[in-house]
Design a protein around this ligand. Structure first.
Ligand code: URA
Length: 244
């Protein structure tokens, strides 16, 4: 896999694109023992040895993307029968072959999906211990009754245990559109929560995972997390620390 030298150094934590370009232009960066002054020089991540100020870079690059999953696609890297989200993503994307989706969104659901090759980050996003909020906009087949809303927020008994407390906000006067914030990632969690009280979900859209939001992404669009987003999510999940 190939990556531009400036992007590689920036991902490796040597600073912003501007800062690493300055380092490169000053002749501080070597690739396979040769000084390289072109920030656009393509390096082979598998075979090239990169040194900055004579310090060898030996680490695994992590990639973080946010993606707007449209309905009709399976959240999986491979599926023998159905189209998967990976089919919507260009194979030229840096890290493509190593990427996997963090958690699932059902085939008939849409919205924010994170893709990464960082197993620790993915584990922490999904594990209830880390209580990462996942926010959904839910359209129901009828108005949500106030008493059902309160019961859902407190936690409901499902076949695999009681749900953690959640938060619900009405999004319209008719009360059939709500924003739901949950802190766990169980299979079909949202559908099962509402089904418990006899509601059917007409539309399910995830709009946020922790501090990462769908923003203005269009259906099928993918974008690398910007520096601030990456910093924020790592900070919330204490990814730099060696915790289980
Ligand atoms: N809960 C569901 O029921 N479906 C999803 O896709 C995500 C959460």
């Amino acid at each position: 896999m190939y990556l531009r030298l400036d992007k590689f150094l920036s991902l490796a934590g040597w600073g912003s694109r501007k800062e690493v370009r300055h380092l490169i232009k000053k002749g501080k960066v070597k690739v396979n023992s040769n000084i390289i002054k072109d920030p656009e020089f393509k390096i082979n991540l598998k075979t090239d040895l990169v040194e900055v100020e004579n310090q060898k870079l030996d680490f695994k690059i992590n990639f973080y993307y946010k993606f707007y999953k449209p309905k009709g696609y399976i959240t999986s890297t491979k599926d023998p029968k159905h189209p998967t989200v990976m089919e919507l993503i260009s194979s030229n994307l840096p890290g493509y072959k190593e990427l996997f989706p963090v958690g699932r969104l059902d085939k008939d659901a849409e919205g924010l999906l994170l893709l990464t090759n960082d197993g620790i980050l993915a584990y922490r996003i999904l594990h209830p211990k880390w209580k990462v909020p996942k926010i959904y906009e839910v359209e129901l087949n009828r108005a949500l009754k106030d008493e059902d809303k309160i019961a859902l927020e407190h936690g409901v008994e499902l076949i695999d245990g009681i749900t953690l407390p959640s938060k619900i906000e009405y999004l319209n006067r008719e009360k059939n559109k709500v924003k739901l914030e949950v802190y766990e990632g169980r299979y079909h969690l949202v559908k099962r929560m509402f089904k418990k009280f006899g509601y059917q979900i007409l539309n399910l859209k995830r709009v946020a995972i922790g501090c990462i939001t769908l923003d203005d992404l269009k259906e099928g669009e993918i974008r690398a997390l910007n520096e601030q987003e990456e910093k924020n999510i790592k900070k919330c999940l204490r990814v730099e620390e060696n915790l289980k």
